[in-house]
Design a protein around this ligand. Structure first.
Ligand SMILES: Cc1cc2nc3c(=O)[nH]c(=O)nc-3n(C[C@H](O)[C@H](O)[C@H](O)COP(=O)(O)OP(=O)(O)OC[C@H]3O[C@@H](n4cnc5c(N)ncnc54)[C@H](O)[C@@H]3O)c2cc1C
Length: 471
């Protein structure tokens, strides 16, 4: 073990049941659940704030989100909100708000039922006929891993795959549909084919099963899209308040080693109180994969190599404001996603001021435009002026704006969202088998079993339960 604490600096040497590293939503939920179950926990974070990529800010009376704009109201998310007694702060997006897909210079409604399927201009007549033939397409027999693009083309045809699925993959993962694995990123879709022979058959069978069993799932009813009155940051900030003094911000030079011959972990770091050494029985790394790789390089080099292989493409985000009356399209809906066939680095646009109240001043709007991702990584490093010009051109076409927008701000993520590319499932399997041989070391975060905020909460709660059992 490297020696900690330079001469003359204060040094604490304490033992905790568990140490969690990283105070994004994953680390906060994990630490909160462990503390609630009676464990003595320390949560350490390198930056000066909690929330990780979740970051809400008010600029010129616009409530912008530098990370997620909303979350699905999953059972775990809503249960946590209720336990924290912050239900009154929750805001819900209209569950019927339409989403749009953008191609050939126009936004078109994404069908969300039989009625809108018949009328939508998102698909041509032949595209609709091909999609309806899906139940007659034989299931793939070999069971091998497949990209979401290839899976969707095979099942619903090229046009629907491109416009309805490809745009969604770009929007959710900032990913490349030709590289994202259907089994890793959309396991439920893959299971519908594997278990029922197809998507439409599977959906019908699932609907029948649900009706037959007539059981109501325990817990709150899931909601399509939620946030908080003051933005997404309200959730991590509330968790941080509950965790209280067990949370240390601005920890630097964090190093991990093991106590010779035991499964105890030693964590050394610098903090406002001086250099510290903490030992623990359970160590949970809740950082992004690349940071977990650097933390585990010395104690588990093979694990570190696998973690380092996970790709996080860069992303640029622009926040713009139009006067409501300067747009030719009414902003009633979730926003639009861009079909990957379009020659633009714009991935999609969320209509924040239409989704939730209090996002923009009266008579104004707030729109969030995403650019870059796996298919256009270079765009994330364009100069501000270039990003603004691209967004302006595309929004003018898509929303028939008659004046340029006012730019509220720009965010750049050098490493945004982990990609569940082909090979991801296998990599996660290898990561988990290495961890199985290292008792007390656990990983949680968006690069393992789902990228969404709801998935992170679910996984962090599962890891906290595993730790609790291991105590
Ligand atoms: C731009 C963007 C938009 C998104 N939009 C949505 C959306 O609309 N809906 C949705 O459900 N999900 C969305 N997501 C995904 C979701 O928000 C994230 O997957 C989730 O918030 C990740 O949480 P996390 O705690 O796992 O990781 P992070 O938020 O990355 O937190 C990791 C924490 O670890 C800290 N850390 C890093 N290295 C160290 C170190 N060495 N020592 C100590 N601490 C360290 C970091 O500072 C950070 O606080 C979006 C993500 C991004 C990036």
């Amino acid at each position: 073990m490297d020696s900690a604490g330079d001469a003359g600096e204060p040094m604490d040497n304490i033992h905790r049941d568990a140490v969690v590293i990283g105070a994004g939503i994953s680390g906060l939920v994990c630490a909160y659940r462990l503390i609630s179950s009676g464990a003595d926990v320390l949560l350490i974070e390198s930056s000066d704030r909690v929330g990780g990529v979740i970051r809400s800010e008010t600029i010129d009376d616009h409530l912008i989100e530098r990370g997620p704009n909303s979350s699905q109201g999953t059972t775990e998310f809503l249960r946590l909100v209720s336990e924290l007694e912050i239900d009154a702060e929750l805001v819900e997006g209209d569950p019927k708000a339409p989403a749009f897909v953008y191609f050939d210079g126009k936004i078109r409604p994404v069908p969300n039922g039989p009625g809108t399927f018949l009328t939508t201009s998102a698909l041509s007549l032949s595209g609709k006929v091909r999609l309806l033939a899906e139940p007659f397409i034989a299931a793939r027999a070999d069971g091998g891993e497949e990209s979401i693009a290839s899976f969707a083309e095979r099942r619903i045809g090229k046009e629907a795959a491109e416009r309805l699925v490809g745009s969604f993959v770009s929007g959710i993962y900032a990913g490349d549909p030709r590289r994202i694995s259907v089994q890793a990123a959309f396991p439920r879709l893959a299971a519908l084919e594997a278990e029922h022979g197809g998507l439409i058959r599977g959906a019908i069978a699932k609907g029948r099963q649900a009706k037959k069993s007539k059981t109501i799932a325990p817990g709150p009813t899931p909601k399509r899209s939620v946030s908080f009155r003051t933005g997404m940051s309200f959730l991590p900030e509330t968790l941080a308040r509950k965790i209280g003094e067990s949370l240390l911000l601005e920890c630097s030079g964090i190093r991990i080693s093991t106590e010779g011959g035991s499964s105890r972990y030693i964590i050394e770091f610098g903090s406002a109180a001086g250099d510290q050494i903490v030992t623990c029985d359970q160590l949970i790394l809740a950082t992004p994969a690349w940071a977990a790789a650097s933390l585990t390089k010395k104690i588990a080099p093979e694990l570190a190599t696998l973690l380092d292989e996970i790709e996080y493409p860069p992303l640029a985000i622009l926040y713009v404001d139009y006067a409501e009356n300067s747009l030719g399209e009414s902003l009633k809906g979730f926003g639009f996603l861009v079909a990957p066939s379009e020659d633009t680095p714009v991935l999609g646009c969320v209509w924040n001021s239409s989704l939730f109240p209090g996002r923009a001043p009266k008579g104004r709007t707030l729109l969030t435009v995403f650019m870059g991702g796996a298919r256009h990584p270079q765009a994330a490093s364009y100069e501000d002026a270039e990003l603004i010009s691209i967004a302006n051109t595309e929004l003018q076409r898509a929303l028939r704006a008659n004046a340029p927008p006012r730019v509220i701000g720009i965010t750049r993520h050098q490493r945004a969202i982990p990609q569940y590319n082909l090979g991801h499932r296998d990599r996660v399997g290898r990561i988990e088998s290495i961890l199985a041989a290292m008792p007390g070391l656990m990983l949680t975060g968006n690069y393992l079993h789902g990228v969404s905020t709801g998935d992170c909460i679910k996984e962090a709660e599962r890891i906290a339960k595993c730790c609790h059992r291991g105590q």
